[in-house]
Structure formats: C-alpha cells, structure tokens
Design a protein around this ligand. Structure first.
Ligand code: HEC
Length: 197
C-alpha cells in the first residue's frame, strides 16, 4: 500500500521562502534594502509584481511600447508613480516620499486604508469616502503579514515626483530615508498633478 505523505517542511514557511526568492527575481527596479527585512521585501515584491498587478494601474504607462523580443517590459522610469486615468479617477503615486513612507502613509494608515477602503486624502468626497477602481475589496482579505510585506516592499522602491494630491518636491533634494539620492526622483513624464471633479 502506498501512503502519500507530505514532508513536514512543505508548509507555509517554505512557500513563503520560494515566493520571496521569486519576488527578488522579478522586482523591476533597484531596491534600497538597507535596514529592511529581506524576507518581507521579497514576499512583498512577489505580491505587488506577480499577484496584485499594482503596476498595471499605478504606472503610467505600465509597459514600454512592445519591441521585437521584448513584450510587457515594465516602464521602470514611472514605476508606481501613479497618474493613470480611469474616467474621473486617477491612480495615486505609491512610491515612498522623502520621509520614506509609501504614498506618505505610515504602516498603520496603509493597513487602515486597505482594510476599510477609506481614502485618507478624501480627494472626491462628493462621491463618498471610498477609494474607487482600487481593488481594496479584494486586498482587504490579505493577511496582516502579506500587507506588511507589500508595505515594506513599497518603502524600498525609488521615489518619484507627481501624482494626485502630492506636494511638489515630494522626494526632496538629497538622500531620503529610503536611501535614494535625488537623481532617482525624476518627474513622471507628462504627469500633471491634479485635483479632479
Ligand atoms: C485596477 C486598478 C488598480 C490596481 C490593480 C491597484 N490600484 Fe491602488 N489605486 C487605484 C486608483 C484608481 C486609486 C485612486 C482611487 C481614487 O481616487 O478613488 C488607487 C489608490 C491607491 C492608494 C491610496 C494612496 C493614497 O495616496 O491615499 C494606495 C495606497 C494604493 N492604491 C495601493 C495599491 C497597491 C499596493 C496595489 C497592488 C497591491 C494597488 N494599489 C493596485 C487603482 C488600482
């Protein structure tokens, strides 16, 4: 009789580890890993780049024009800098600002935003408090650890200027806490900061 058994190690930890590896393989931009938890950052990259599809909505345009042999290459220069228009809604810049906070949000604020869908910036109060288009009704079911991983990953990517509701010079002039110098903080081409409706 054949007894099928699964090795004790094939549990959540091993799966997390291979997703972490894959996350580092597919991160499209240079990451600033100083002082970061590598396991979480790799897992976060996996969740952002292979599962969440954040790039498709938060990078404008998300991919470079297809050329021979290169399909769907991420537009790294504008990576997660926001500015994609969905009717009256515009995706936000979710890169870290000069204080190192993604979209200017602390982890507590980010967690609250994903769990409740409430827009902390209230950019269109006439339509209610909730973020539109953004698939928070799905992401809200992620575990705390997965959301922490996504957040940690977002702290490691280069800062970009622009995006709805963002102040000018959000990346600062010199080194910011994410460890990136100003030269990484390029304005997103053609992106106009706007308040809409
Ligand atoms: C289907 C498109 C879409 C996808 C996919 C998407 N977003 Fe969004 N996101 C948006 C839009 C549009 C807004 C702004 C909504 C509004 O103005 O009501 C937004 C807003 C946000 C905000 C609010 C930022 C702020 O300044 O308050 C955060 C944070 C965010 N998204 C993170 C993410 C992350 C992380 C992912 C991937 C896990 C993701 N989004 C995937 C469309 C998307």
């Amino acid at each position: 009789m054949v007894v099928l058994s699964y090795p004790a190690g094939a549990g959540a930890d091993d799966q997390d580890h291979s997703r972490t590896q894959q996350g580092f393989n597919i991160a499209p931009v240079r990451l600033s890993l100083h002082g970061r938890n590598h396991e979480l950052v790799g897992l976060g990259s996996y969740l952002v780049n292979a599962v969440g599809g954040c790039n498709d909505c938060h990078t404008n345009p998300p991919y470079l024009a297809p050329s021979l042999g290169a399909v769907n290459q991420v537009n790294t220069a504008a990576y997660l800098g926001g500015g994609v228009v969905f009717g009256p809604f515009v995706s936000r810049n979710i890169t870290p600002d000069k204080t190192g906070l993604p979209a200017g949000l602390t982890f507590g604020e980010f967690l609250q935003l994903i769990r409740t869908g409430i827009d902390p910036d209230q950019l269109h109060p006439q339509l209610g408090p909730y973020l539109q288009v953004m698939p928070w009704p799905a992401y809200r079911n992620l575990t705390d650890r997965d959301l922490r991983a996504i957040y940690q990953y977002l702290t490691t990517i280069p800062c970009l200027e622009g995006g709805p509701g963002e102040p000018p010079n959000r990346c600062g002039a010199g080194m910011n806490r994410s460890g990136f110098s100003g030269r990484y903080c390029e304005p997103v081409g053609g992106l106009v900061r706007r308040r809409y409706l």
